[in-house]
Design a binder for this molecule. Sequence first.
Ligand SMILES: NC(=O)c1ccc[n+]([C@@H]2O[C@H](COP(=O)([O-])OP(=O)(O)OC[C@H]3O[C@@H](n4cnc5c(N)ncnc54)[C@H](OP(=O)(O)O)[C@@H]3O)[C@@H](O)[C@H]2O)c1
Length: 243
Amino acid sequence: MPNKKIKNKRALVTGATGGIGNAIVAAFMESGMKVVGAGSNRLKLEELSARFPGLIIEKADFTDPNDVERLATSALNHYNGLDVLVNNAGIGISGNVVDTSIEDIRNMLYINLSAPIILSKIIGEYMAAAGSGHIINIGSGASYTPISGMAAYCASKYGLLGFSESLALELREYGVKVSIITPGSTATAFGGGVPDARLINKPGLLLPSDIADTVMCLLYQSERAWTSQVNIRPLNPNKKPKN
Ligand SMILES: NC(=O)c1ccc[n+]([C@@H]2O[C@H](COP(=O)([O-])OP(=O)(O)OC[C@H]3O[C@@H](n4cnc5c(N)ncnc54)[C@H](OP(=O)(O)O)[C@@H]3O)[C@@H](O)[C@H]2O)c1
């Protein structure tokens, strides 16, 4: 249902082709926002575009910093500016650092950390000049919890938390909000998982819509209020909620 406060807001959602990104795009489109959805997989982008008439899709591979810069400029041009940037794209490759290829480590840092910084730099500059805007980063429980076998992933997500909190202090005086949502395990294909299979083992796991609802809560807040960080956890991962 379109809401006056956020209707027509212009947003870029990265990782739009994935589980959480899909849910955020759906919530934005349903609210009457103007949305650019980015991903690196052409086929998945075309499927997304078929599901959401009016959605603008952008193919960009975040392992290439030049492609990230191009996306930022192109996304700003579609609607003559942006009000919301959701840095959601991310990959999680498991394995001890000593057993992980340098290419996998580099890609994780490029996609999960460098790309949000480059996008925030270029789009944040526009927002600061406009005097408003909201950058929402999708971190993780791994933004502040050490996990054996996920050291490089943790490094990217700890980094994103530090970046988000510091950037927020830089941009608040321009009227631009920066927030980070740090979800626990969510039923998506992240890290090669199968969403339905994850729910069989843990029926109370978070759903992508839970993260999208939280993004919407942030956007509904008054101009006065800024939430810097939201931790979302399943109430009880082992028990399916009543509704
Ligand atoms: N699911 C969880 O349990 C969980 C928990 C905490 C935090 N998170 C975070 O939530 C975010 C979304 O994850 P998800 O669960 O929705 O996973 P997902 O379904 O696997 O989605 C990942 C997204 O990242 C994009 N991506 C991957 N490689 C890319 C590249 N080279 N260039 C540009 N985009 C790329 C994918 O797009 P293409 O396929 O089109 O490349 C996809 O849209 C991630 O940042 C993740 O760290 C997830």
